[in-house]
Design a protein around this ligand. Sequence first.
Ligand SMILES: Cc1ncc(COP(=O)(O)O)c(C=O)c1O
Ligand SMILES: N[C@@H](CCCC[NH3+])C(=O)O
Length: 414
Amino acid sequence: MPTTASHLYPQASAVDDGRLTIGGCDAAELAREFGTPLYAIAEDDLRGRAREFRAAMGDGEVIFASKAFPCTAVLRVFEEEGLSVDVASGGELALARKAGFQGDRILLHGNAKSARELEAAADVGARIVVDNFDDIDKLDALGKPAGVLIRVTPGVVADTHAAILTGHAGSKFGFSLAQAPRAIERLQNAAWADLHGLHMHIGSQLFDLEPWRLAVEAIATLGDFPAYDLGGGLAVAYTPDRRPPSVAEYVSAMIASATELLGEGKRLSIEPGRSLTASSGVTLYTVESVKDVDLPDGNVRFVGVDGGMSDNLRPMLYDAPYQADLVDRVGATGTPCTVVGKHCESGDVLIREIALHEPKPGDVLVTPVTGAYVYAMANNYNGVPRPPVVFCKDGDARLVVRRETFEDLHGRDV
Ligand SMILES: Cc1ncc(COP(=O)(O)O)c(C=O)c1O
Ligand SMILES: N[C@@H](CCCC[NH3+])C(=O)O
């Protein structure tokens, strides 16, 4: 009898006699058909998550932070589901446009926007999140009408990795509480600007709801505005022991803080990235080598796969934990292994310790919860082409991003 896979896998997945399927597609077959490494995405999970956020937000706006998965096909799904989109560069703006987003359903972010990026956003009628006085100078010079929000650094410290903390005093993002009044005054007096309100984003992969409340309290001191964008940041579980707030718990806490501290009837937005896409994606690898190393304190079994820090930088950047299974032996008892990548760095370790059942070369290994900031940060270290993205739905697998080729690598030489 098919069973539901561990809750780390997409909802649209199952395990039948130890074999994993994603969106009705057999994982081993996907690896055979498309090669590995491969990003496999359960399309129904993307849509389900978007609907869950929209239902929880009611009249409020759900803006997808496209940096989490900057891929036209993913953006198109969210466009169809009625979300807005946040872009942090001219490139992300181009992806969002290609996916069908128009006008003020697009928000431009960035702490170092170029005049060209600002103009491109104004030309398509996107809202602009103003981060610093240089943004204002550039927009003054441009003189094109634009809806704007002001990003404020509320000065709260949330509990997450230092590299993805953004709302503390000393963050490179936004205006401090002391600078914000001057920015507000300048934008209220700029003929081209339609000031909607304030924006904050205190960090990413956050489990605790309290810092958001403190941040809303801080920005409430800056005056009364029609619109507030409270940013993203909801955590996801990368390992079975973690329990982040549900979408409903998170959204109701945000709405409650906003209603109490900012007043009734505000236009509220949130900007989830990770929590919209992470759990819809898995990465498939082929095991290329299995090596036992005897050390004074015990044996280490290295399982070397055909990818690593080029397709998932998160373990190296943030010590991010991941789980893994062999796709045809899910749930089988195993012995401790260290899953390493193929790159020329000792730190290229995907998983420090995970039990795998008799891994051998040719096995297909899967890491769940790789739908956010994984494809997004893929790179060509060691001349490794970036993997393809395949959407899986009702047993059909659809290639939405092709694998890079060696020719693509040559293409960078002029
Ligand atoms: C301005 C802004 N909004 C939204 C997000 C999305 O955050 P998350 O993926 O944690 O939901 C980010 C990234 O942290 C961000 O910088
Ligand atoms: N890249 C980070 C998240 C960055 C958040 C962007 N502001 C991660 O993988 O966790």
